[in-house]
Design a protein around this ligand. Sequence first.
Ligand code: DAH
Length: 357
Amino acid sequence: MAPGLDESELAAYVEDALSRVASASGPAALGALRAELTGRRSTLAKWHRELGSLGPDERRTLGRLLNEAERAITEALGERDAERAREARAERLVADRLSLDELVDRAVDTPLARGHRHLVTKTRDELEDVFVAMGYQVVEGPEVETDWYNFEALNLPLGHPARGMHDTMYLDVGTSESVVLRTHTSPVQVRSMEAAVRDRSLPLHVVAPGRVYRRDTPDASHLVEFNQIEGLVVDEGITFADLAGTISAFTSAYFGDDISARLRPSYFPFTEPSAEFDITCTICRGARCRTCSQTGWMELGGCGVIDPAVFAAVGIDPARWSGFAFGFGIDRCAFMRHQIADLRALVDNDVRFLRQF
Ligand code: DAH
């Protein structure tokens, strides 16, 4: 036997080590014990070094016993480690447990914050209300449209230069470029007129709000996905004056009496004559500022008298019926009325912003 070591001493040492491992509590205590029992300066390591001075037989027997002792201690340390982790997890689960009773008590004392409609939804509802009060019916159309409804029937045949104004997103369906994400709500005009012809339900007074899409780079005043509201009136004896009166009535109803509208000559393939309509700048109230490029006006949308080519596409007799249409951005209305600096705030979903409205 090596000096200071015999079999019974080793057995007693192992027994003592295992009982200390079993009662070690925190991870720190366990780490220190691991170093003490299996590290380079441990008793086992010292005994290992002493093996060198023994004869071959003794060295073999005692070496095997030492290895077994070391394995037993290392295993015990590993098990105790795993056990500690299980205990810690169980303690954490208990500590993290939510008491439903407590939650209910808290909710009774302080009611949980409730959300509200998004600003764009509210704006859409308010715009609908204004037009419903003027006798319009609210209709909707699909966001996925055929080339016919989005362009062709609106007097925008293939190759028409005005198609370039629409940065169109095409769907990979059917023949190439025949199905689009609608670039405006104007196709709902075509659908409404077709239905009215089919059902013999002219005259027609409708507004069509909804989502539209353009392949555009988002910035402070452009979104890829935004909302428009389309208006369409088809009746006997409708003139440009009815359109002008409607735009004016809508503007003061929605923006207030101190905001007025003006029409500027413009071009749209589906109306003739066509106009763009501006409203008094909502920032400077007409005094001219940076936002309105010192003009006192902000552009809101387009409008005009229905082009006979559109009536021809849906089968309405232009000798009997005439009409007007308009279309503008819902998000833009919210943007102008609430003086929002950046349209993208409407889709960022930052509740600190949304909560204000
Ligand atoms: N659809 C046009 C656009 O998105 C806006 C528009 C212009 C709608 C004239 C109309 C109209 O109904 O008559 O740019």
